[in-house]
Design a protein around this ligand. Structure first.
Ligand SMILES: [Fe+2]
Length: 189
């Protein structure tokens, strides 16, 4: 059975032993290798949002629920991350900065579809956008090697792909809009 307190303690111990993502990656891989157990411990994802599970100056653990078909703009974290999906799927596009900033400042450089049962590490400099391509809620454990809420982060405007400061309120609104859209879709049947 997945126990949240135990998982948090295991992540803290792993991080204390190795401040890179590696030991934490092992802890998350083990946890999400049995997705049903994580759902049993955290509950079935039913509403999009970001739930803070643990937070310190050096480590942040989040339970991120993506509403059906929602997309987050390209953004960075400026710290390593490990994403372990335990329900549904999230599709990631990875972006790279362009040296010659003629029009856009970034270009798509790769993609990875992350399904329940697997954990994926993301490097410190990664820029990614995330889509839940399914009609269901996607649940993922996100662990970051720093203070996620105090970091200077950027996002990239979707039409011009120009950089701007990460808009926490705008992103909260994005979750709310996606929840409203999911509710309407459910009511339509
Ligand atoms: Fe992210």
């Amino acid at each position: 059975m997945f126990q949240l307190d135990r998982f948090i303690e295991d992540c803290k111990a792993a991080h204390a032993e190795d401040s890179s993502h590696k030991a934490v990656h092992e802890v998350i891989s083990r946890a999400v290798s049995e997705p049903g157990q994580v759902i049993g411990g955290l509950g079935e994802p039913t509403k999009g949002g970001v739930q803070k599970l643990y937070h310190s100056d050096t480590l942040t653990i989040l339970n991120v629920i993506w509403a059906p078909r929602m997309t987050l703009l390209p953004h960075n974290h400026n710290m390593w991350a490990v994403i372990g999906v335990y329900s549904g799927r999230e599709d990631n596009i990875f972006w790279r900065r362009l040296e010659d900033e003629t029009e856009a400042q970034i270009e798509a450089a790769g993609a990875k579809s992350m399904a329940a049962g697997k954990a994926t590490p993301l490097g410190k400099d990664i820029i990614h956008s995330v889509t839940n391509p399914t009609d269901l809620f996607t649940g993922a454990l996100h662990v970051y090697g720093g203070d996620f809420y105090d970091a200077h982060r950027s996002e990239w405007e979707p039409e011009t792909l120009t950089e701007r400061p990460f808009d926490y309120d705008g992103n909260t609104q994005r979750f709310q809009d996606a929840n409203a859209a999911a509710r309407m879709a459910r009511e339509r049947g």
